[in-house]
Design a protein around this ligand. Structure first.
Ligand code: SAM
Length: 266
């Protein structure tokens, strides 16, 4: 499918939950967030319907994200359901890696192809400061397990404050080189102030080549992370919500004041 600026849209990012087992300083307040009510969280059946419909319309690349997708109950079952949909060619998941060690094998067996793992530093204390709750050893073991079971290539998402030459970012780069991992640097963003930028080493944030639609944890199709536009699948129906998102996908992102990374899926 193409939007009105002739961009081919073939990528759907699905936020399966707004819940997370970390509280990264740039993402969530320490006290947590006001969680969505269970009845408002999209069901696995609804997610599968959105994937099937979007694949029929031309999507062939799916990413599961969150919140932290691995904390949603039954996530391996959802992965299995999506992996069986004919036409899904590239199927990945973004995680903080905290529980990846014990889930990697089951995810691979269910049909997941690869993972991106978030890691902003290699210093255990800094990791704890940034995430407020996390133990870096869990993440490093999760990454190793993902490689071992073949969820490859494993890519590392590293949030930077100003530059990929910052000490933490350089250490992450060295670790990636040693361990056959690909790194992409994400500038710290403030969606509500319209502060966003391209991902170094990735494709995100470049409006000219944007190929994405998003499904939020509360069942809205969003044409753009940096915009307030969103279309509820329970209100419009799946097909029409996708059509509306496609029709109104902005040429360029601006500001987003009604959502953030943890409920849209950064
Ligand atoms: N919990 C998973 C994780 O940690 O990868 C998936 C969801 S998380 C919202 C997705 C990505 O968004 C992570 O790499 C995270 O570092 C990034 N992120 C969150 N808040 C951000 C912000 N304000 N600016 C830039 N990236 C952000």
């Amino acid at each position: 499918m193409y939007d009105k600026f002739n961009r081919r849209i073939n990528y759907l990012r699905i936020s399966v939950t707004d819940r997370c087992n970390l509280r990264c300083t740039y993402c969530m307040p320490e006290s947590g967030i006001k969680l969505l009510e269970h009845s408002n969280i999209i069901s696995y059946e609804e997610i599968v319907e959105v994937v099937k419909t979007s694949v029929q319309m031309g999507v062939d690349k799916i990413r599961i994200t969150g919140g932290e997708p691995l904390v949603r109950k039954g996530i391996v079952d959802l992965v299995g359901m999506i992996a069986q949909i004919p036409g899904v060619k590239d199927f990945s998941l973004t995680t903080n890696g905290i529980t990846l060690k014990k889930q990697a094998k089951a995810l691979k067996e269910a049909g997941l192809q690869r993972v991106n793992v978030s890691l902003d530093t290699l210093n255990p204390e800094r990791y704890r400061q940034i995430t407020r709750l996390g133990n870096i050893e869990d993440v490093l073991e999760g990454i190793a397990e993902a490689q071992k079971v073949g969820l490859t290539p494993v890519k590392i998402n590293c949030v930077i404050e100003k530059s990929s030459q910052e000490p933490d970012a350089l250490e992450v780069a060295a670790y990636c080189k040693e361990n056959d991992l690909q790194v992409r640097y994400i500038h710290q963003m403030e969606l509500s102030m319209g502060q966003f930028s391209v991902v170094e080493g990735g494709e995100g944030g470049d409006c000219k080549i944007c190929n994405r639609l998003r499904l939020t944890a509360d069942g809205k199709i969003k044409p753009c992370l940096f915009s307030n536009l969103e279309y509820k699948i329970r209100e419009f129906g799946v097909q029409e919500a996708i059509n509306l998102a496609l029709k109104h996908k902005p040429k360029c992102g601006s500001v987003n004041t009604n959502g953030t990374f943890y409920n849209i899926g950064g």
